[in-house]
Design a binder for this molecule. Structure first.
Ligand code: HEC
Ligand SMILES: [Cu+2]
Length: 377
């Protein structure tokens, strides 16, 4: 009885494994959306199968021998040493199996590292705890498109979903950001990774991309998205207490849409030094006017606020006190203007120093604080 059900279970194993792999179940890798991801997926499947076959083969022979040839059945063990044939066979076979696995795996690893001839180069900077992106350079028919655009991707899941058990969680809980990275479909995107504070890692499973972001170093990786859509990843290097709160969202759009998006965002960057940036809606990409060095003379607090601080403070994203929420601001304002200025410049808890943009001058940050406090009294 026992024997029968064990045998049946063993016989079912490959079927069961196949079913798990076939269904795009939550136990499997994400559906691959780039050539590299597809290769990783196939390698993973094939090597798992090879391992399963070896496992079943070796253990079947072992258990068969143990049961059939046991002493209590009166079996007499053979006594021999050094069988050259056996030794050669058990060296050659594993060697061939290993070579068979190493060859395709190495090919894929080499392809992963080939970041030559990109259509678009984007720098991804890890911060505690968000990602900053800078569109460095478009090439070919993307030449000049989007160059210079900078944006920050902050966690968009409200804090109460995280800390309050009674609040329903959104479908993309902890995998949603205010400003996603936007890239064109079918184009080779090279991602340069670095970090501002500690080591982070830029990881988007659907593209088969995972690269450490190390302070003081630039590493690179690439992907070419097969389809349009929204793809999600996370920081994959333990980077401090909010490591789980710096997701990556990549929006893949058609080349046309990408050009339009780039145009719109570029105009805004260019227009920023003028009067005001009207668009402070949370869904809109956040422009950082940082590239412009601080102009001497009057500092426009509203401009700095709209360009950077609004990303968190307009909506209360990432636990920031919401602008114009008088109750939230009352105890903070009570600390005195100097303290608030210092906290904004140096950072406090989840509030990053200078809102995460070290290129801002103290005067710009101070002016932004005054603007925000003015709105919130
Ligand atoms: C990444 C999101 C984020 C950005 C961008 C951001 N803040 Fe904040 N800010 C926060 C959070 C979160 C807090 C609450 C920190 C706390 O008290 O734990 C905060 C708090 C503050 C406070 C109150 C500090 C105190 O002592 O209570 C001030 C003032 C402030 N921010 C100013 C700014 C200014 C000015 C900017 C733009 C230059 C800015 N913030 C950009 C997230 C942000
Ligand atoms: Cu991180």
């Amino acid at each position: 009885m026992m024997k029968k059900s064990l045998g049946a279970a063993l016989a079912m194993l490959p079927l069961w494994a196949g079913a798990v792999l076939a269904a795009e179940s939550k136990y499997n890798l994400q559906p691959p959306k780039s050539v590299i991801a597809q290769e990783i997926y196939s390698l993973h499947t094939i090597i798992m199968l090879i391992c399963a076959v070896i496992f079943v083969g070796v253990f079947s022979v072992m258990f068969y021998s143990v049961f059939k040839h046991r002493k209590s059945l009166g079996y007499k063990a053979a006594h021999f040493h050094e069988n050259t044939v056996v030794e050669v066979v058990w060296t050659i076979i594993p060697f061939l199996i290993l070579m068979g696995m190493a060859y395709p795996a190495t090919k894929t690893v080499i392809a992963m590292k080939d970041t030559s001839n990109p259509d678009l180069t984007i720098k991804a900077t890890g911060y505690q705890w968000k990602w900053g992106y800078e569109y460095i350079k478009g090439d070919g028919d993307l030449a000049g498109v989007g160059d210079g655009i900078q944006l920050y991707s902050n966690l968009a899941t409200p804090r109460d979903q995280i800390y309050d058990k009674n609040v329903a969680k959104s479908p993309d809980y902890l995998l949603e950001v205010d400003t996603p990275l936007v890239v064109p479909v079918g184009k080779k995107v090279r991602i340069l990774t670095t970090a501002n504070d500690v080591i982070h890692a830029w990881w988007v499973p659907a593209f088969g991309v995972k690269q450490d972001a190390i302070p003081g170093f630039i590493r690179d990786t690439w992907f070419r998205a097969d389809t349009t859509g929204t793809f999600r990843g996370q920081c994959a290097e333990l980077c401090g207490k909010e490591h789980g709160f710096m997701p990556i969202v990549v929006k893949v759009v058609s080349v046309e849409e990408f050009k339009t998006w780039a145009d719109q965002n570029k105009t805004k960057v260019a227009a920023a030094p003028a009067e005001t940036v009207v668009d402070a809606a949370p869904a809109a990409p956040v422009q950082v006017a940082a590239a412009e060095p601080a102009k001497a003379g009057k500092v426009d607090g509203k401009k700095v606020y709209d360009g950077l601080c609004a990303a968190c403070h307009a909506t209360g994203a990432a636990g920031a006190p919401k602008t114009a929420d008088k109750a939230a601001w009352k105890p903070r304002i009570a600390q005195g203007a100097d303290t608030l200025h210092q906290h904004a410049i140096k950072g406090i808890r989840a509030m990053p120093a200078k809102g995460g943009n070290p290129a801002l001058s103290d005067a710009e940050v101070t002016a932004a604080v005054d603007h925000m406090v003015g709105q919130s009294k």
